[in-house]
Design a protein around this ligand. Sequence first.
Ligand code: NDP
Length: 458
Amino acid sequence: MQAEFDYDLLVIGAGSGGVRAARTAAARGARVAIAEDRYLGGTCVNVGCVPKKLYAYASHFRDSFDDAAGYGWHLPDTPTFDWPTLRDNKSGEIKRLNGIYQRLLENAGVTLYNARATLKDAHTVSMSSAKGESEVSAAKILLATGGWPWVPDFPGSDLAVTSNEVFDLDTFPQRFLVLGGGYIAVEFASIFNGLGSETHLIYRRELFLRGFDDEVRAFTRDEMKKKGVNLHFDTNIERIERGDDGLNVTLTNGDTLTVDTVLVATGRRANVSGLGIEALGIELDDSGKIPVNERFETSVPSILALGDLIDSPELTPAAIAEAMQIVEHHFGETTPEPLDYERVPTAVFCQPNIGTVGLTEEAARERFANIRVYRTDFKPMKHTLSGSSERMLMKLVVDDESDVVVGAHIVGEEAGELIQNVGIAVRAGLTKADFDRTLGVHPTGSEELVTMREPSRT
Ligand code: NDP
């Protein structure tokens, strides 16, 4: 690389994608720096996947306490939940992870700038921190600043919190409301419902989780309702006002609700504010993302971008995979195969979990002349004695002509764990006959995936 620059690679943003790119490029011998003005680990570690999963674990205990009675366990008193304990234990764990990220970067020989970085030109960034201003140059600059919660404009929207704040609320919301029908909304509705809040979810259309398999959406709706989440569909927030007894939320259907906390989970936008891309002529596309080519180069070839900044799934493993691709393209010797964004396994950690990979039934019907759908829903064995009415859904979508399983969908306990494994089979393009030839693991819920013989519909 050219010695005329301070570094071979300068990464802006130390989230999952940025850190992975910095470390792997350094391991290839590149001189690498990374700039971050917030926390190490980005959204996932600090205000996303990690604390969310810890809170999801916390929220599952309530059902477990209820389930235990049928198995002969009697808890002495009604269990109580202490929010500050969960919140502060979570913060301790995140601090530990921040330290691990710092050590990973240091051990990889990456220079860390605790500074706000702004692009000056195609190879120069100005760094601003409490210590002052400086300029740093690099042959390649990687934008990895991720996403930021987006809040629609309505009266009182400033009284709501976003996923940036919800993990650290001072007091536990006895009455909780979330706006939105995506991943974050359903996950937090399940979390606060499980922790004991009276919980409301407001979604503007008929059924939440748009883009997921329709049967999965309806099944999840029914299961969440059974667990006590109040679902308000076909409505939106008109305004929020502070009242004597909490926040008064008026919905567009005329209903009013009084709650302690309103979480707005209406999507995230590319976090480019103050980055200086406009001055360099890098423009956002219609979906608010930075266009890149197959080498992840923006319209300025020395400036690269990944993760939530570009048009790819807003998922940590996607950003990490993109980071590895970038390093291979720009600091490696081979040209990597393009990433397959179609068969990405993903989980929604609502209660019960959703795990999904590949095509929905609706998308498969559009793509293939004929399909077969195998589906079953059943009461998991655990709930024969627990008395819980929770059910589990398993579904395989098969292209009739090739017999390839093009989609798999699971709703139920640990669906997030299960779908990772089914994802390998779907990614590998295995056929329904391959699934059928695999013996089940007995007794498990997932053996249904290899024992569904007759199509439910074609
Ligand atoms: P999503 O894009 O998933 O969902 C946004 C929701 O907000 C949609 O239901 C959308 O409705 C609704 N919405 C958008 N604009 C408005 C508006 N003006 N008024 C009312 N409702 C509106 O975003 P999230 O914030 O839930 O999550 C962001 C991303 O983070 C996700 O896409 C996901 O990739 C990632 N994530 C992944 C997780 C995981 O892997 N488990 C967990 C959490 C987040 P409509 O359907 O009508 O557009």
